[in-house]
Design a protein around this ligand. Structure first.
Ligand SMILES: Cc1ncc(COP(=O)(O)O)c(C=O)c1O
Length: 483
C-alpha cells in the first residue's frame, strides 16, 4: 500500500506544481475575467450522473475533470468588481497559508497536538482582543465564520446571565438590521422567535435607543427577563454601526450581556480613519470578527472574542477520560474548552502568515481604500438626477436607487432596480445585488476589495446609469408625454 501511496503522491506533486502556476497566472488578470462564471448545464448534468466508484480513477483524470467542471464555474467573490454580499478580500498569501496548513494538517484542538500552531492562534486572539480594547482576562477562539462566532458568543451569554429555569422567560434585543445568523443561533441554543425583540432603526439604519430602553422596561414589567442585546458594528445591508457606548450603558444598567456582531465591520479597528466609528466596542462582553471578510483571508477564518475567557469555558469545557493525557496547557484551558468543536483546523495560521507579510499599516490602508471606493460610488450617483442615495456610504457600503423622474410608482421602481441589478450581473462585468431598505428595493454596493480601482467604480456606475432598464423607461416616458 505504501508504494502505491508514494507513487500517487508523486503525481499529486506534479499536478499541484502546474495548478499553482496556473492559479497565480489567473489572479494576474482576474479583472479581465467575468465576475460570474455560471456552470454549463451539461457539466451539471454530468456531475449529477456521477456516483462514488468501487474502484478509483487516476488522480490526474479526476483532477482535470474537477478543475474543468467544478472549480472553474463559480461566482468570483474576490473579483475586483464583485460588489454583492460581503465580497471576498482574499489574498494569495492567505491561500498559501491554506495550502501549508492543509499540507501539515495540524489537529489544533489543544496545546500538545500542535504546540506552535496553538501558540500562534493564542497570540492572534490576544492581539485581536487588544485591538478591541478588551482586558487581560479576555480570550477567544478561531471559528469557521460569523454565524458560528455569533452562536458561540450567544451561548456564553445565555449561560452567564440565565439559570436553566429562567430560559423560557428570557428575551434578547436585536435591530431590524441585525444579521439573520443571530436569530438562527438563538434558535439553535433554545430561544424561540417570540423571545427575540426586533427593534426599529433610525435614519442611519442604527438601533433605536429609545425603543431599546422602552422595550426592556416593558419586558421587565411583563415579568420577562431581558438578558442580552446584539449590537452590530457594520451591518450587512448598510455598513451601519449601532451606538455601542450607549447600548453598553443600557446593558450595564439592566445587567444584560452585550454582544457585538462585528463579523463585517470589526476589521475597521485596523484603520486609523475608520476606527473611531467603533468607539464603545471595548465595553462589550463579546465580539464576532470575521477575518475572511475584510482581512484578506480565504473562507473559514473568523474569531469569537469574549471580555472574560472564563465565560466560554463555563459553556464549553468538557473533560472526557480519553482527552486527559492531552490536557497540558499551562492555564488548564485548551481550544476545545472554548467552543463547540473538538478536532479543528488551525484557522489562524493563514491570518498569521498574512499579518506577518503585510503588516497592520497596509491592512489599515486596504480598509481605507475600500471605504473610499464606496464614497466615490456615492458621489457619482449623487451627480445623477434620476438616482438617489438610500444609505451611506458607510464602511465600504453604499445603497442607492434609480428613481426616474418621480412619476413612476414604487412597484415600477422596484422592478426597474431589480432589472438593473440582473442586467449588470448577467453581463459578467460586475456583480451587484439588490436589497430592501425601508420597504424599497435598492441596489447595494460593497466595495471592499483592495484591487478595485477608481476606473472599476466609474465604469460600473456608468453601466448602471445606462442600463437597458433605465433607457427603456426613459423612452416609454417620452413616448407617453408626446402621445
Ligand atoms: C454582520 C454579519 N454578521 C454575520 C455574518 C455571517 O457570517 P458568515 O457568513 O461568515 O457565517 C455576516 C455575513 O455576511 C455579516 O455580514
Amino acid at each position: 500500500m505504501r508504494r502505491e501511496i508514494r507513487e500517487q503522491n508523486r503525481q499529486v506533486g506534479e499536478l499541484l506544481t502546474e495548478f499553482i502556476k496556473e492559479t497565480v497566472g489567473f489572479y494576474d488578470h482576474i479583472e479581465r475575467e467575468p465576475v460570474c462564471r455560471p456552470a454549463a448545464k451539461d457539466r451539471l448534468a454530468a456531475i449529477q450522473e456521477q456516483t462514488i466508484p468501487d474502484k478509483g480513477r487516476p488522480v490526474e483524470e479526476v483532477f482535470r475533470e474537477m478543475q474543468r467542471d467544478i472549480y472553474s464555474s463559480t461566482i468570483l467573490g474576490q473579483h475586483p468588481r464583485s460588489f454583492s454580499c460581503v465580497p471576498s478580500t482574499m489574498s494569495l498569501v492567505s491561500w498559501m497559508g491554506d495550502v501549508m496548513t492543509g499540507a501539515y494538517n495540524p489537529h489544533a484542538s489543544c496545546t500538545v497536538n500542535a504546540p506552535a500552531a496553538d501558540l500562534v492562534e493564542k497570540k492572534l486572539i490576544r492581539w485581536m482582543c487588544g485591538q478591541a480594547g478588551y482586558p487581560e482576562e479576555s480570550g477567544g477562539l478561531f471559528v469557521s465564520g460569523g454565524s458560528i462566532a455569533n452562536l458561540t458568543a450567544l451561548t456564553a451569554a445565555r449561560d452567564a446571565k440565565l439559570t436553566w429555569g429562567e430560559r423560557g422567560k428570557a428575551v434578547v434585543y436585536v435591530s431590524g438590521q441585525t444579521h439573520s445568523s443571530v436569530a438562527k443561533g438563538l434558535h439553535i441554543i433554545g430561544f424561540g422567535r417570540e423571545q427575540i425583540r426586533v427593534l426599529p432603526v433610525d435614519r442611519e439604519f442604527c438601533m433605536d435607543l429609545s425603543a431599546l430602553r422602552s422595550s426592556v422596561r416593558k419586558d421587565m414589567t411583563d415579568g420577562n427577563i431581558p438578558f442580552a442585546v446584539v449590537a452590530s458594528a457594520g451591518t450587512t445591508n448598510t455598513g451601519s454601526v449601532d451606538p455601542l457606548a450607549e447600548i453598553s450603558a443600557i446593558c450595564r444598567k439592566y445587567d444584560m450581556w452585550m454582544h457585538v456582531d462585528g463579523a463585517f465591520g470589526a476589521s475597521a479597528l485596523l484603520s486609523s480613519e475608520q476606527r473611531k466609528k467603533l468607539d464603545g466596542i471595548e465595553l462589550s462582553d463579546s465580539l464576532s470578527w470575521d477575518a475572511h471578510k475584510w482581512m484578506m483571508q480565504t473562507y473559514g477564518c473568523s474569531a469569537v472574542l469574549v471580555r472574560n475567557q472564563s465565560d466560554l469555558v463555563r459553556s464549553f469545557a468538557a473533560h472526557p477520560e480519553y482527552l486527559k493525557d492531552a490536557e497540558t496547557s499551562e492555564e488548564g484551558v485548551e481550544f476545545w474548552d472554548l467552543g463547540p468543536e473538538l478536532t479543528r483546523p488551525a484557522r489562524g495560521l493563514k491570518l498569521w502568515l498574512t499579518l506577518q507579510t503585510e503588516g497592520t499599516e497596509k491592512m489599515g490602508r486596504m480598509i481605507d481604500h475600500g471605504c473610499r471606493m464606496a464614497e466615490l460610488a456615492g458621489k457619482l450617483i449623487q451627480e445623477e438626477p434620476e438616482w438617489e442615495i438610500i444609505s451611506g456610504p458607510s464602511l465600504g457600503v453604499v445603497n442607492f436607487r434609480y428613481i426616474a423622474d418621480g412619476t413612476l410608482s414604487e412597484e415600477e421602481l422596484d422592478s426597474a432596480n431589480q432589472h438593473i441589478s440582473a442586467e449588470i450581473t448577467e453581463s459578467g462585468f460586475a456583480q451587484i445585488f439588490t436589497t430592501e431598505l425601508g420597504g424599497k428595493k435598492v441596489l447595494r454596493m460593497c466595495t471592499i476589495n483592495p484591487e478595485t480601482t477608481e476606473e472599476d467604480i466609474r465604469r460600473t456606475i456608468e453601466k448602471l446609469t445606462k442600463a437597458e432598464a433605465v433607457s427603456c423607461l426613459g423612452t416609454a416616458r417620452n413616448q407617453s408625454r408626446t402621445a
